[in-house]
Design a protein around this ligand. Structure first.
Ligand SMILES: Cc1cc2nc3c(=O)[nH]c(=O)nc-3n(C[C@H](O)[C@H](O)[C@H](O)COP(=O)(O)OP(=O)(O)OC[C@H]3O[C@@H](n4cnc5c(N)ncnc54)[C@H](O)[C@@H]3O)c2cc1C
Length: 370
């Protein structure tokens, strides 16, 4: 292993690292690329997420971040089709849309409606009669419901598919954690793992919530922390709901294909705490069942915890290091890294290969002198 030198070493095997390796290889087949990291890390965000592709429900102003997320949603159908051409792992993906019931959304419902109108976001207001026709299993207490043209993906299938696809393209995977670096003041030479050193010309830090720890080893201070989310999945037949539903402090995401519905989620600032609390899960189910009553009796399949990688300003950190000549970042995708996956892969590929026309200042590592 010591004698091999890779053109690009990506550190992190979540959707961010894998999609980046996939895109780099699609654009430049000749590049020798390695991905490092445990793809089944039990707290990683990519397998913990609900898979909502929700740029509209998650944003309330049309800033650069909103634009980036919207572009990413637009790229999704092509991205999924492209993946399917390389990997035979089926990925559930739907553009059926999301629902926001006025009675359960909280104070922001009218503002969201206004925002959707201003930004020409595809949306409709459904009367209770229309709700009964289009989503008959929703509670009659939902009132008027806002439908918005968003998407849904099964993120575990997406992660599996990316993993297979980039291997099929020739990316080398080391399922090992990085414990150190061989470097000098201005550049990195190798990433150190307990199976040996991986030499590279360029390195990308894409290690989600663990990026801060790797930053420390590199002597840079990433202002990042994990934001814990507890979630669960219940068994419900596919036909009961084809939309994703956003309520106040709750959401319901259909994974279909017999995989039930995901119910989320908490937002907890508790470090790397892996615990799953029964009372918390029950309260998630109760809140979701107020919107979709059949969830109350649905068998619980599993519950889990995952960590969202959050930068201090809640913006992603994507771009070239100002400290090391051959280090790049793609981390801090926080609450919507699954949504950002296709655009992130294009954007960071463009920066690494120096083909991107314009970088987004708000995402730049330079804002933290990284
Ligand atoms: C509960 C929850 C619900 C969410 N729901 C949604 C949603 O509905 N829609 C959406 O768009 N987003 C959602 N997100 C956010 C999304 O999941 C994340 O933004 C995204 O998955 C981040 O991906 P990542 O690859 O950066 O990080 P991760 O998936 O956390 O992966 C990090 C990788 O780095 C590796 N690593 C760690 N340390 C090292 C090391 N020392 N050396 C090498 N590798 C290392 C890990 O093993 C892992 O492979 C949710 C997140 C959570 C937690």
């Amino acid at each position: 292993m010591e004698n091999d030198e890779f053109d690009i070493v990506v550190i992190g095997a979540g959707v961010i690292g894998l999609s980046l390796a996939f895109r780099l290889k699609r654009v430049r087949q000749d590049l020798k690329i390695a991905v490092l990291g445990d793809p089944m890390n039990s707290l990683m965000a990519s397998r913990a997420a609900a898979g909502m592709l929700a740029p509209f429900g998650e944003c309330d102003r049309a800033d650069r971040f909103f634009g980036f997320c919207r572009e990413s949603l637009e790229k999704y159908p092509g991205f999924i089709a492209e993946l399917a051409g390389v990997s035979d792992v089926p990925v559930f993906f739907s553009m059926q849309g999301s629902l926001m019931p006025s009675a359960f959304y909280g104070d922001g419902w009218e503002d969201q409606k206004l925002f959707f109108g201003q930004e020409k976001i595809p949306h409709e207001v459904w009367t209770p009669a229309k709700v009964k026709e289009k989503a008959p299993y929703l509670s009659q207490d939902c009132g008027e419901v806002l439908w918005v043209g968003e998407g849904q993906v099964n993120n575990r299938q997406l992660h599996d598919s990316l993993s297979l696809a980039m291997r099929a393209l020739g990316v080398t995977v080391f399922e090992k954690n990085v414990t150190g670096f061989i470097r000098d003041e201005s550049g990195l030479e190798s990433a150190v793992t307990d199976s040996g050193d991986i030499k590279g010309k360029k390195f990308v830090l894409a290690s989600g919530s663990w990026s801060g720890q790797l930053g420390e080893i590199l002597g840079v201070s990433l202002p990042m922390k994990p934001i814990k989310g507890q979630m669960c999945r219940v068994q419900v037949v596919d036909d009961l709901l084809e939309y994703t539903v956003h309520g106040q402090l709750t959401y319901i995401a259909p994974w279909r294909g017999g995989h039930g519905f995901v119910i989320g989620s908490t937002m907890e600032d508790r470090g790397f705490d892996p615990s799953v609390e029964e009372t918390v899960i029950q309260s998630l189910i109760d809140r979701a069942a107020a919107i979709l009553p059949c969830l109350k009796e649905a068998p619980l399949i599993e519950s889990w915890t995952g960590l969202r990688p959050a930068a201090e300003d809640l913006m992603p950190i994507m771009g070239k290091s100002v400290r090391y000549r051959n280090l790049y970042y793609s981390t801090g995708h926080y609450r919507n890294g699954i949504l950002q996956t296709p655009n992130q892969a294009d954007y960071v590929t463009g920066i690494i290969l120096e083909t991107l026309k314009e970088e987004v200042a708000e995402f730049s590592p330079s804002r933290y002198q990284l």
